[in-house]
Design a protein around this ligand. Structure first.
Ligand code: 5RP
Length: 212
């Protein structure tokens, strides 16, 4: 993991921000660099739609207006980090437990720019445990379904998402068919969001300041 590459990626993503834009903003340490850089442009953007309480606090602290996605409608740009990224720009996200709002904003955005350092690049997704946000009463049910599919579920004990839910991290999956697994898991009652961003992958990936 390189903090320098994270900073470079966060700053390089600024080139995708257009005048008057409402920018979708993800969550995490790489996005924090993007928010810092976005503050320099705050007079020429309309504001941001935030994916977490953490990013909202950061944006507000720097004087960037935070807007409601229901009021803005579709966005042109979403900028967010990832925990893993494969060669097809499919991602594992949710290390920071913000996956649900992140996925909503990614879906609502025409362009998803993913900002990472090179340690996040993988051939096959799954070494990073796959985060899944669940309704609390469904934790055991979802855990059993994961075991049936060969995964090892680990409850992220003590973590409550911004939506009041829990997170299960799935270890031991080598994800050869990310779209298939995302679709399959999305059918299990009690799963709110799967941290696979394969159906809606990134459009552009910045590794440091390099576009891949
Ligand atoms: C939060 C996320 C983050 O984008 C992911 O965890 C990467 O974080 P960082 O930039 O701190 O490495 O998905 O839910």
């Amino acid at each position: 993991m390189s903090a320098n590459e994270k900073r470079q990626a966060g700053e390089a993503a600024i080139r995708y921000v257009e005048n008057g834009a409402i920018v979708g903003v993800g969550t995490g340490s790489t996005v924090a660099f993007f928010i810092d850089a976005l503050a320099d442009l705050k007079d020429r953007i309309e504001g941001a739609v935030s994916s977490s309480e953490q990013s909202t606090a950061h944006l507000k602290r720097l004087g960037i207006p935070v807007l409601d996605l229901n009021a803005t409608g579709p966005l042109n740009l979403y900028v967010d980090g990832a925990d893993e990224c494969d060669t097809h720009k499919r991602l594992i996200k949710g290390g920071g437990a913000a996956l649900t709002r992140e996925k909503i904003i990614a879906e609502a955005s025409a362009k998803f720019v993913c900002i990472i350092d090179s340690s996040k690049q993988v051939q096959l997704l799954g070494k990073f445990p796959l985060p899944i946000e669940v309704i609390p009463m469904a934790r055991s049910l979802v855990g059993r379904e994961i075991v049936k599919r060969g995964g090892t579920p680990v409850w992220r004990d003590g973590v409550l998402t911004d939506n009041g839910n829990w997170v299960i991290d799935v270890h031991g999956w080598q994800i050869a068919d990310p779209v298939g697994l995302e679709n399959d898991l999305n059918q299990i009652p009690g799963i709110v969001t799967v941290g696979l961003f394969a159906r809606r992958a990134a459009d552009v990936v910045l590794v440091g300041d390099r576009v891949i």
